[in-house]
Design a binder for this molecule. Sequence first.
Ligand SMILES: [Mg+2]
Length: 174
Amino acid sequence: MALVTPTWMVKAIYNIRPATLKRLGIQAVLTDLDNTLIAWNNPEGTVQLRQWLEEMHVAGITVMVVSNNSNDRVGKALAGMELPYVARALKPLPVGIARAVHRLKLDRRACIMVGDQLLTDMVAGNLAGVRTVLVKPLISTDQWNTLPNRFVEGFIKRHMKRKGTFKYMEDIDD
Ligand SMILES: [Mg+2]
């Protein structure tokens, strides 16, 4: 269970405050793309997302997308946001996250991985040795290709709920 267990759980990536990150010595936020940063049916992102990115930018915190999607898809999704990214990250393998950490020239402890899926984002982040943040999927109706994962996730989440360890907080370290 340790591999799927996030370090923190927050309601949305926008809840993560720059001041909290600084207090914890975190300099970079690695993030999943679909349903974490943007809803798959809203590729433009929201005003909230743009504000959050601006706050991170002002605070000097790097936001880097680590996605299993193709270069083409991620590049298009992020057009206009000027975010660095690693595509074809092969989550749940740790290679994409390791590549991102290496590219940023940061210690693993200075990076967090944020995502909406236990079996890809959390496992990859935990294997890569960064701290992990699970967020609620931005929208609950998902793309068909994540359904098998969601099914298994349902079991794990129910297990965590029974243990009382499944609770989304307002910010990390709350
Ligand atoms: Mg996702």
